[in-house]
Design a protein. Structure first.
Length: 453
C-alpha cells in the first residue's frame, strides 16, 4: 500500500530474531526512527543494526518506549499479551507484526499458506511449481526468509509464496493474499493460545481480507479447515487425499489428478512422489491445487512434484544402519504431526519424543504406538509427561541427551525396524529451534554409523 509511510515516525520493533531484524532494516530504509528491543542482553546482529542507525534496548521491553512510539512491530515469538505490548495497545499505539508491515509495501501478489502441519513442505513445493511454470517467485515467511527482506525485490510480476503461522496471522490487519490456503487444523500452540478456538481464529485471519476475486484453497479431508475457508468471500478450490470431491486436486487410480466437469486430468503418478508418508502426499496435493489456481500448467506441476525430494527435518531419511532406518521428522512439533509420522511405519518402530510441551492430549498417541508395538525414548522437559501418558501401552525409557537417545533407540530397534525422531513438542528446552534438534539427531546417527564401522 503506497500510502503507508513511516518516514520520521518513532517505531519500536519488539523481538530481535530474524523477522525483527528484517523489520528493523526495512523500517530504517523507509525513513523511520527505529528502536529494537529484546529480552536477551546481547544480539549477534547488534553491530550491524547499530551501524544502520537502529537504537537497541536489550534485556527488557521497556513499557515507556513502546507506549511512546508511533508504531510497534512485534516479532512472531513475542506473545500478543506481552505486558509492554499490551500497554502500548491500550495507549492507542498501533501494534502490527512483521508480515503485516512487509505486506503493505509489496508490489507483487501474495500466495499465503498456513495450517497446523505441512506448511513448509507445501510452501517450498508450491514455489518450485510456480518457478517451473516460468513465474518470478520469492519464497519466504515462516519458512525461513522474513517477508520484510523481500520488499526491495518485489515487482508487480513477483509472486510471493509465504508460509504464515498463527503467531504471524494474529498481528495482521490489512494482509491480503491473492491465494490463501488452510492445509489443516488441529490443536497446537496451546501454551500460547488460550484454547483451540483462539488458535483457529488466528488461522482464519488468512482469509479475512480476501474478496470474490481471490482464491481460498482448502483441505476437503478436514471439515473444520474447509468450513473456515468457506466462511470467507473468496472462491474455494479443494484438495483431498481421501474425501470424494467433484472438482479440485485428488488421487485416483495411483495418480494425482485434477478433477473437473470434463473428468480427471492426470498430473503425476503417486509412485513418482519421493516424499515419505501419506500425510506428505497431502502436501503435494495442496501445492498442486495452489499452483494450478495461480495459473501454472499441468506439466510444470508434474515436473516439480516428481523432482521434489522434500525438506530437511520433514520425514527425512538419514541413514540405514544394520538394517535399521533412521528418519528425522524434527518438524513434527505437535501431537497430530507426530501421529501422522508414526502412522507411516509398521512394527519395529522406536520413536524419540519430547521437548517443551505445547499442550494437547498425549494419550491420543497411545493406540497408534501400541498397534505397532512401538517403544519410546523420551527426552527433554516433557519426558515425565510421556512416561505418564504412555505407561501400560508401550515401553518408555528416558534419555538426558540426544546422544543417549539415539543409542538407546538403536539398541531397542530390531533388524528391519525404524528409529523416528517425531518429538510432538517444541525444541526450546534443549535446542535453539527444531532445525538444531534435527541436526543434532543426524550428527548422532552419523557418529553411530562411524562406530559401527
Amino acid at each position: 500500500m503506497s500510502e503507508f509511510t513511516v518516514r520520521g515516525r518513532r517505531v519500536a520493533v519488539v523481538g530481535g530474531a530474524a523477522s525483527g531484524v528484517a523489520a528493523a532494516r526495512l523500517l530504517v530504509e523507509r525513513g523511520a526512527a527505529v528502536t529494537l528491543t529484546d529480552l536477551r542482553p546481547a544480539l549477534d546482529a547488534a553491530a550491524d543494526l547499530a551501524a544502520l542507525g537502529v537504537s537497541l534496548a536489550l534485556g527488557s521491553h521497556p513499557e515507556r518506549l513502546l507506549t511512546g512510539s508511533d508504531l510497534v512491530v512485534v516479532s512472531p515469538g513475542v506473545p500478543a499479551d506481552q505486558p509492554s505490548v499490551a500497554a502500548a495497545r491500550a495507549a492507542g499505539v498501533p501494534v502490527i507484526g512483521e508480515v503485516e508491515l512487509a505486506s503493505r509495501w509489496l508490489r507483487g501478489r501474495v500466495v499465503a499458506i498456513t495450517g497446523t502441519k505441512g506448511k513448509s513442505t507445501t510452501t517450498a513445493l508450491t514455489g518450485r511449481m510456480l518457478e517451473a511454470a516460468g513465474m518470478r517467485v520469492l519464497v519466504g515467511g515462516n519458512i525461513g526468509t522474513p517477508l520484510a527482506s523481500q520488499v526491495s525485490a518485489s515487482t508487480p510480476e513477483t509472486v510471493h509464496v509465504v508460509e504464515v503461522s498463527s503467531f504471524q496471522l494474529e498481528t495482521t490487519d490489512t494482509f491480503h493474499p491473492w491465494i490463501a490456503a488452510l492445509l489443516n487444523l488441529t490443536a497446537d500452540h496451546l501454551d500460547r493460545h488460550a484454547n483451540v478456538e483462539e488458535y483457529a481464529a488466528a488461522k482464519a485471519r488468512i482469509f479475512a481480507r480476501q474478496t470474490e476475486r481471490d482464491i481460498a484453497v482448502a483441505n476437503a479431508d478436514d471439515p473444520r479447515a474447509l468450513a473456515i475457508a468457506g466462511a470467507g468471500r473468496a472462491r474455494i478450490v479443494c484438495f483431498a487425499r481421501d474425501a470424494r470431491i467433484e472438482a479440485g486436486i485428488t488421487v485416483a487410480d495411483g495418480w494425482i489428478v485434477e478433477r473437473g466437469a470434463a473428468g480427471d486430468t492426470r498430473l503425476v503418478q503417486t509412485s513418482e512422489v519421493r516424499l515419505i508418508g501419506p500425510h506428505l502426499l497431502a502436501d503435494v496435493l495442496a501445492a498442486a491445487a495452489i499452483a494450478r489456481a495461480a495459473g501454472a500448467g499441468s506439466d510444470a506441476v508434474a515436473r516439480a512434484a516428481a523432482s521434489f525430494a522434500g525438506l530437511e527435518h520433514a520425514m527425512e531419511l538419514v541413514a540405514e544402519i544394520r538394517g535399521v532406518r533412521f528418519v528425522n521428522d524434527s518438524k513434527a512439533t505437535n501431537i497430530d504431526a507426530a501421529r501422522q509420522a508414526i502412522e507411516t511405519f509398521g512394527r519395529g518402530l522406536v520413536v524419540i519424543m519430547g521437548g517443551r510441551f505445547k499442550g494437547g492430549d498425549l494419550r491420543l498417541l497411545r493406540p497408534v504406538l501400541a498397534s505397532r508395538g512401538a517403544s519410546v525414548v523420551a527426552i527433554g522437559e516433557s519426558a515425565p509427561l510421556m512416561q505418564e501418558a504412555f505407561n501400560g501401552a508401550v515401553d518408555v525409557r528416558t534419555a538426558a541427551t540426544m546422544t543417549e537417545a539415539v543409542r538407546a533407540a538403536m539398541a531397542a530397534a530390531p533388524p528391519g525396524g525404524s528409529v523416528l525422531l517425531a518429538p510432538a513438542c517444541a525444541s526450546f528446552d534443549m535446542f535453539d529451534n527444531y532445525a538444531a534438534r534435527g541436526r543434532a539427531f543426524k550428527d548422532e546417527v552419523a557418529a553411530l554409523r562411524r562406530d559401527e564401522g
